[in-house]
Design a protein around this ligand. Structure first.
Ligand SMILES: Nc1ncnc2c1ncn2[C@@H]1O[C@H](COP(=O)(O)OP(=O)(O)OP(=O)(O)O)[C@@H](O)[C@H]1O
Length: 380
């Protein structure tokens, strides 16, 4: 269901400039969640969640099914009552502010456009509800349709539009009032991959233009990595890590984040020696390698993350490489996906770019896998 803002937010008319380098006529709101808790009976769906979102930031709540993403969005929207903690917008608590007075734009997975209205009427609807005058409404609708590249479809009804176009109308309807906060709950998950990717880029550009603070929910890690300024990874009602996409991907704080965001090889190893930021490690299978990781301890057992695309395949043994036997090899288009068992140790996942020089190795064949110290990240 798509909910759109129906209250008139006077700040939306004030045309303040956006945050540095962003936003033509809106500045996003600052959102603070302080120890936010939501229970369903004895079950705690959001467990003392604290998160600060900067004005104009695009932040994604990412997590597996049931981790509490939608619950958090519903609490922000005011669809559900908070059981503990506080949510503040620009420092003011909104716990007692009803949904229609929060002034948020919202987009959900199902577009839920009014089937008997044209595209222009659908987009104009929140302004009609807010009692904006006709001239302002017409101007805003025209501007927003142009921004979403929908101008030529203004007179069509939703049934005459594709899924991707309908979702663009839903997004247009959510931003037409120039809300300071836009909440999006899996808005692209009903679309096919190619369309999803192209709307991801459009949404990112739209965000640069409008400058609203956007909270985006997805369980698709590549979508989160592509679109967000920061990602908050949730699990079982807790925020596990909040960071920029590159940090989340390269420097996950836990096994859970490493495994949920991207593919990973996790190698159990023992620290033999540490010098500065580089350590010599020995895997369970006896392979000795170097890890250049700022959080490596000087002694003890560690788990080392190496992303599959950081592993290199060699035809023969070289210093620092580990021998392995191919257990499966798949041609995936732009990459080859190879699984190989290290002697007496882990099964490694390797992704290498497809090049004319490389054939797909046959299962059972011997390969040599190598990585550098800079390819290792030691989990805390
Ligand atoms: N109205 C409700 N009554 C009881 N339990 C609920 C209710 N709504 C959600 N839950 C439970 O709370 C937990 C979090 O649900 P939520 O919908 O927030 O997860 P999610 O991360 O958005 O998952 P998904 O990606 O599947 O939408 C789940 O275990 C869910 O079963």
């Amino acid at each position: 269901m798509i909910q759109t803002q129906t209250s008139r937010d006077p700040r939306a008319e004030a045309s303040p400039s956006g945050r540095a380098g962003r936003g033509q006529d809106i500045i996003g709101a600052q959102i603070s969640m302080r120890e936010v808790t939501k229970k369903y009976g004895a079950f705690v769906a959001a467990d003392r969640i604290s998160l600060d979102v900067e004005p104009g930031e695009f932040i994604t709540l990412l997590g597996p099914s049931g981790s509490g993403k939608t619950t958090l969005l519903n609490l922000l929207a005011g669809f559900q009552r908070i059981d503990g903690g506080d949510i503040l917008i620009d420092g003011k608590p909104i716990t007692n502010v009803p949904t229609h007075r929060r002034g948020f734009g919202m987009v959900f997975q199902s577009y839920a456009l009014f089937p008997n209205m044209t595209v222009a009427q659908n987009v104009a609807f929140p302004m009609r509800m807010a009692g904006l005058d006709r001239a302002t409404s017409d101007r805003r609708v025209a501007e927003t349709l142009e921004m979403m590249r929908l101008s030529e479809h203004a007179a069509k009804t939703p049934s005459e539009m594709s899924g991707g176009q309908q979702q663009r109308v839903a997004i247009a309807r959510a931003i037409v009032m120039r809300p300071r906060v836009v909440l999006m709950d899996e808005p692209l998950s009903a679309l096919d991959r190619r369309l999803r990717e192209s709307i991801q880029i459009e949404l990112r550009e739209l965000h640069q233009t409008i400058g609203s603070t956007i909270l985006f929910v997805t369980h698709d890690q590549s979508e989160a990595l592509t679109m967000s300024d920061r990602i908050a990874v949730l699990d079982k009602g807790h925020i596990i890590q909040v960071d920029r996409p590159l940090e989340i991907y390269r420097h996950p704080k836990s096994r859970f984040v490493a495994g949920f965001v991207g593919e990973s090889n996790l190698i159990e190893a023992e620290v033999l020696e540490r010098r500065g930021d580089t350590a010599t490690l020995r895997s369970k299978a006896g392979h000795v390698f170097q890890a250049g990781s700022r959080n490596v301890p000087s002694i003890g057992k560690v788990t080392v993350l190496i992303r599959p695309e950081r592993m290199a395949l060699h035809d023969g043994p070289q210093p620092g490489t580990a021998p392995a036997t191919v257990t499966s090899a798949l041609f995936m288009g732009e990459t080859l996906r190879i699984e190989a068992a290290m002697e007496g140790g882990e099964t490694l996942l390797i992704r290498c770019p497809d090049t004319a020089a490389r054939e797909l190795p046959a299962p059972g064949s011997k390969i040599h896998v190598g990585w550098g110290p800079q390819d290792c990240w030691v989990l805390a």
